[in-house]
Design a protein around this ligand. Sequence first.
Ligand code: BV8
Length: 252
Amino acid sequence: MSEQWTIPHQLIEALRNAQHVTVLTGAGISAESGLPTFRDPMTGLWAQYRPEELDTPQAFQRNPRLVWKWFDWRRQIVAEAEPNPAHYALVDMEQRVPQFTLLTQNIDSLHQKAGSSQVIELHGNLSRTKCNEDGMIVDTWEDTDDPPPRCPRCDGLLRPDVVWFGERLTDAAFDAATHAARNCDLFLSIGTSGTVEPAAHLPYRALDGGAVVVVTNLDVPNRDTHPLYMINAPAGQLLPALVRSAWPDSIS
Ligand code: BV8
């Protein structure tokens, strides 16, 4: 549960004066859009599984139908989800900061749906499907009663275009993320438990680069030990408040 929280004044100044802000988001920023996080117990049919058991090439090898149906279920709940005030506050922030880099571990497209223009997706996107053989993106395929569907080019199995545990992030995404962490003035880690590498290391890269770093989720204790701040608060309340404090004319 979130505790009582306040926004340290130094943080508001750091945001108002920042030349380059880098943001890293996790499942927690989509929680107020109704999407379960990885730490929430899974529901219904999926209650018997842990994400790590379904989110690997080995799981897909073992039971491609189960993994495909899990991602199909997630596609359906994501399709019904709408961005929340946290997503929109980041769209506002992007327009006010000279340089803004948005990194997400999420695969739900909610940042794009809210209007964020450049989103670096570290772990891919649920809305894209690729051939498991050659990794090429596939836009259309023949429906089947025995999923996963097959690649129209090589008849290989189709899978979501996401990074599973044990798979590499693309060099392009991770190099861009590392550069943005090392070269920003302010790094905001929002709604992530910071348990999955190599994304979890990005806040430390930012501290190495001399940035002010804010970690905010519902697990951390409140701390303002400059340059590392921790705020235990729901993103849908904290981010609009932070943007309004830095730019009082904001509509966030
Ligand atoms: C790789 C896509 C190497 C799929 C995901 C050291 C270095 C490198 C790798 C490793 C390493 N140690 C271990 C590894 C392996 C592994 C790993 O990190 N394992 C963990 C479990 C220990 N890493 C990998 O496998 C990565 N690949 O390193 O490859 C390699 C090298 C050479 C050759 C081959 C391979 C790939 C990892 C990517 C996996 N895919 N997602 C999908 O979505 O299904 S990871 C997935 O879980 C997310 O994307 C995210 O990254 C991660 C954790 O999720 P969070 O977003 O943090 O969500 P979580 O539920 O954990 O927490 C929610 C938070 O929100 C909480 O803090 C909560 O308090 C907060 N919250 C809730 N409500 C709110 C809120 N906050 C604010 N407001 C609210 N309302």
